[in-house]
Design a protein around this ligand. Structure first.
Ligand SMILES: CC(C)(COP(=O)(O)OP(=O)(O)OC[C@H]1O[C@@H](n2cnc3c(N)ncnc32)[C@H](O)[C@@H]1OP(=O)(O)O)[C@@H](O)C(=O)NCCC(=O)NCCS
Length: 169
């Protein structure tokens, strides 16, 4: 089994049967993702198995803005007092049910964090923000160092500095 993470290609990647157990995340990759990619609303990366190019996990990245008030004081006090600050949004992340529990979620999350960090060489971003679909997703993200926003516990963030430390160590 050869695994690859690639930018979504609507003509190449088979995602018709993708099922992560959540209808909204299923419909997104089946019906909406290629439009978002085309319109530059989000970049969508898919984990595929070659040679059949079946998608069994995906995630999305976009630019984002955070308000300084909603950040943890420890992070906020080190930042300039600009009201709005640049961030990266990990809007969706999902693994097909047949492949869950095999560390593919961890694999694509690390890939998303690495791509987000690499992108800061071109466009600054102080944190990656994740939107959790439910309590399980909150637990999943917290395991990797994400913390909940003060004003919205279903949104979490990890500072780019922490991501940098993760890859340095
Ligand atoms: C959440 C999800 C992405 C995890 O992917 P996965 O491939 O099954 O997870 P992994 O095998 O990589 O597990 C990595 C770690 O996260 C934990 N974990 C996995 N799924 C979890 C869940 N639903 N709740 C809490 N922890 C979870 C695992 O126990 C594992 O920790 P361990 O190493 O201590 O055992 C996947 O279950 C999924 O797609 N769920 C439906 C959609 C969803 O909730 N997306 C989340 C963002 S919106």
């Amino acid at each position: 089994m050869t695994l690859k993470i690639e930018l979504l290609d609507r003509n190449k990647h088979d995602r018709g049967n993708f099922d992560c157990g959540n209808e909204s995340l299923n419909n997104y990759i089946r019906k909406q993702a290629s439009q978002d990619l085309k319109r530059k609303v989000a970049t969508i990366f898919v984990l595929i198995e070659q040679p059949d190019n079946q998608v069994f996990a995906y995630y999305t990245l976009s630019s984002y803005i955070v308000e300084i008030e909603v950040l943890d004081l420890n992070l906020a006090k080190k930042l300039p007092r600009y009201p709005l600050l640049p961030a990266t949004l990990l809007g969706r992340l999902a693994v097909d049910k047949n492949y869950q529990g095999k560390k593919f979620g961890e694999l694509i999350l690390i890939d998303a964090l690495k791509k987000s960090l690499d992108a800061t060489l071109q466009i600054a971003s102080l944190a990656v923000v994740a939107e959790a679909i439910d309590e399980n997703a909150v637990t999943f993200y917290k395991k990797y160092g994400f913390q909940q926003f003060k004003n919205n516990p279903m949104k979490l963030y990890i500072s780019m500095k922490s991501i940098q430390n993760l890859f340095d160590s």
